[in-house]
Design a protein around this ligand. Structure first.
Ligand code: SAH
Ligand code: SF4
Length: 351
């Protein structure tokens, strides 16, 4: 029998497994504490459990450890990790210090199917989904690497992959990270970024998924957005915004619209005006991301002055807007958009 990753289990799922195997369901809470608070790497270390239970767990499950195969520190304090998965594939995770805590940017897929023409990850195509445990374990591993008093408070799902294209594993990972007996992270500190898969946004709204949503708008007209993001052919800007409006207010932790500024393509000041009109009536925030060029990338970022002029138009018209200042570029804290060790912006994205 193939061993399952215990970190793929939400607390209720683990309780059911224990009950079905003649164990006390409350042991699941203890197991969660060992996995996510003490962050042990072996079942033998779970000393509050009986030896037979520890042995049963070790026979049936593996603890989902990931091996860090590379680690690069940036001069701004962010660290990029490359983790090897059990099949030898790799994903990247970025740890970013804020003043009082850390933000972790996690991957949800190996590669991505969405094919955005500006994004380095798109070039890999979709290799596979990460399991819930593989998503969560990125947070466990970087937490384990921390030495000081500061801890991880925010998790952003903005690394490799389209999170809503891996819906079930994403939502299980969100539940595990929020579990009181586990990491206990607040829903307001979790942000899921999507390229705009409309049915999945509707499902996210319908199921009342507890986490902020960030939507990668990136253009104000359909011709430009379709050129950049093939998903726009299927669900255009109007359809996307309509789905965003459906997210009920009580479930809407916060919607952020991400807007990548590409010189001569999306950074026209007229586009800022159009953006104001498009977002009229929305309780939202805009995160302006100067394009991060990589070797062979097709676009360039505008100057900071130009980005600020764009931002000024939004602010003057009452739309909350921040500019993500790139950090971590010296380590290419980047696999396309893991270029997002852009601390300022992430801070802005998660508050
Ligand atoms: N797939 C999801 C989440 C990962 S991409 C999504 O697309 O939202 C996260 C963000 O990085 C998106 O807003 C995307 O538009 C942006 N991005 C991708 N490549 C980039 C680059 N080279 N420079 C700046 N932002 C980029
Ligand atoms: Fe995928 Fe996001 Fe990159 Fe588009 S921007 S290819 S959705 S990771």
């Amino acid at each position: 029998m193939a061993m399952e990753n215990i970190k793929d289990f939400t607390l209720p799922a683990l309780e059911s497994w224990l009950a079905a195997h003649g164990e006390k369901p409350f042991r699941a809470r203890q197991i969660f504490q060992w996995l996510y608070q003490h962050r042990v790497t072996e079942f033998a270390q779970m000393t509050s459990l009986s030896k037979p239970l520890r042995e049963t767990l070790a026979e049936r499950f593996h603890p989902g450890n990931l091996e860090a195969v590379a680690r690069a520190e940036s001069s701004d304090g962010s660290t990029k990790f490359a983790f090897a998965l059990s099949d030898g594939r790799q994903v990247e995770t970025v740890l970013m210090p804020n003043l009082t805590h850390y933000t972790v940017c996690v991957s949800t897929q190996v590669g991505c199917a969405m094919g955005c023409d500006f994004c380095a990850t798109a070039r890999m195509g979709l290799v596979r989904n990460l399991s819930a445990g593989e998503i969560v374990q990125q947070v466990v591993e970087v937490s384990r690497a921390l030495t000081g008093d500061m801890f991880v408070r925010n998790v952003v799902f903005m690394g490799m992959g389209e999170p809503l294209h891996n819906f079930d594993n994403l939502t299980a990972a969100l539940a595990i990270l929020q579990e009181d007996h586990g990491f206990g992270l607040s829903a307001r500190r979790l942000t899921v970024s999507t390229s705009g898969l409309v049915p999945a946004i509707r499902r996210y709204a319908r199921e009342g998924i507890r986490a902020n949503l960030a939507v990668s708008l990136n253009a104000v007209d359909d011709a430009t957005r379709t050129r950049l993001m093939p998903v726009n052919k299927r669900w255009n800007i109007a359809a996307l915004l309509e789905a965003c409006r459906e997210v009920p207010a009580e479930n809407r932790y916060r919607i952020t619209f991400e807007y990548v500024l590409m010189e001569g393509l999306t950074d026209d000041l007229g586009a800022a005006d159009k953006l104001v009109r498009l977002l009229h009536g929305f309780k939202c925030k805009v995160n302006l991301i100067p394009y991060n060029a990589y070797p062979g990338s097709p676009y360039r970022p505008p100057s900071l002055e130009h980005a600020q002029a764009f931002q000024r138009i939004l602010l003057d018209r009452g739309v909350l807007a921040t500019i993500r200042i790139s950090k971590g570029q010296d380590i290419q804290a980047a696999c396309g958009q893991l270029i997002r060790s852009e601390r300022a912006a992430l801070q802005a994205a998660v508050g």
